[in-house]
Design a protein around this ligand. Structure first.
Ligand code: PLP
Length: 370
């Protein structure tokens, strides 16, 4: 009755997922083993150690949440916050807004630092927020705002946050393995990411990491974490405990894929990978501008791997995007929120970050003009 699964051979140049390496797809088809099999425990240890290497951290509490990036976000917030806590959250796009929503659901008092979409939260914005809320428990920022293509500077703000005695929490879903990110150097206390962007693994897992400072906060909680599944005091015994205790059944095949994608990142070298994203971005930028596209974000705060651009005057963005998909098999993203119907979000992430991808997209756009 139902036909065998047979999807189109898309070229993924949207905001994620990105194209997966054949080695990653092959790893997914490895026969299943039990999730408490000693061989799988070794695989989990290897994944944990590669996540530490790629986050550039020695944080002991580093593991992978068995659910997508949003669950990583929720893991950080539900564990670090208790009712009545004060937090400062930067909002310059969709994902800052999502963090604020979750923090409110945790019963926290949320001070929102709202700036126009496409811009970043400045050090001064955080200083002003600290004047109003001098002792927050946590300051949360989105490193790479996928809804706009803005890259949030973190280093200077990190000092400010710690001087106020707060924790720094960072969303690195779109920055991890694509742009410079140094968890220990930048003193980030809680960080989460996803697998479907610059890692080029299938969506559905969320690597996370917590500093010792954050772990102390977890240990001193007065109330139970309201989520059973995301409660770190339970899940940490599964990923890191001396004796691996059953918590949930790990998504074995997805962990295989993640392991292979991390191996590929480390073979390339993390810094080399950041550089590749910059280089390919420069080529894409020149070609897009030659075709009349204009960038949304000011050059110094632009993400290389997520290019948010206004189309040349007089184009129907939704129509062009559907032709790109249906005739050329190329996926690019449309705008969200304030920018819905106005911009394209062109991803060059991980395996989708090659000159070939750029050339395929540009040739298709030129072809469509004729
Ligand atoms: N944060 C950012 C910056 C994202 O781009 C995304 C997804 O695109 C998420 C969080 C949520 O991740 P997921 O869709 O994997 O739940």
């Amino acid at each position: 009755m139902y036909k065998e699964l047979n999807t189109s051979n898309r070229i993924l140049m949207g905001p994620g997922p990105s194209d997966a390496h054949p080695r990653v797809l092959k790893a997914m088809s490895t026969p299943l083993i039990g999730h408490l099999d000693p061989e799988f425990v070794t695989i989990m240890d290897e994944v944990k150690s590669m996540v530490q290497e790629t986050f550039i951290t020695k944080n002991h509490l580093t593991f992978v949440v068995s659910a997508p990036g949003s669950a990583g976000m929720e893991t950080c917030l539900v564990n670090l916050l208790e009712p009545g806590d004060e937090v400062i959250i930067g909002i310059n796009g969709v994902f800052g807004g999502r963090m604020a929503d979750i923090a409110e659901r945790c019963g926290a008092k949320v001070h929102k630092v709202v700036v126009p979409w496409g811009t970043i939260i400045s050090t001064n914005d955080i200083k002003k927020a600290l004047d109003i809320c001098p002792k927050p428990k946590l300051v949360a920022l989105v490193h790479a705002e996928t809804s706009t293509g803005a890259l949030q500077p973190l280093k200077e703000i990190s000092n400010l946050v710690h001087n106020a005695g707060a924790l720094l929490m960072v969303d690195a879903v779109t920055s991890y393995c694509g742009v410079e990110l140094k968890v220990d150097d930048w003193d980030i206390d809680a960080i989460y990411t996803g697998t479907q962007k610059n890692l080029s693994a299938p969506p559905g897992l969320s690597p996370v990491s917590f500093s010792d400072r954050a772990v102390k906060v977890l240990e001193n909680r007065k109330t139970k974490v309201q989520s059973w599944f995301l409660d770190l005091s339970l899940v940490k015994n599964y990923w890191g405990g001396a004796k691996r205790a059953y918590h949930h059944t790990a998504p074995v095949s997805s962990v295989y894929a993640l392991r292979e994608s991390l191996r590929i990142v480390l073979e390339e070298g993390i810094e080399e990978r950041w550089e590749r994203h910059q280089k390919v971005h420069q080529v894409l930028k020149t070609k897009l501008e030659n075709l009349g596209f204009e960038y949304l974000v000011e050059e110094q705060y632009r993400l290389p791997n997520l290019n948010s651009v206004f189309l040349p005057e007089g184009n129907d963005e939704a129509l062009l995007r559907s032709i790109l998909l249906n005739k050329y098999n190329i996926e690019v993203g449309g705008g969200l929120g304030d920018f819905a119907g106005k911009i394209w979000r062109i991803g060059i992430m991980g395996e989708s970050c090659t000159l070939n991808h750029v050339n395929m997209l540009i040739s298709a756009l030129e072809d469509m003009k004729e």
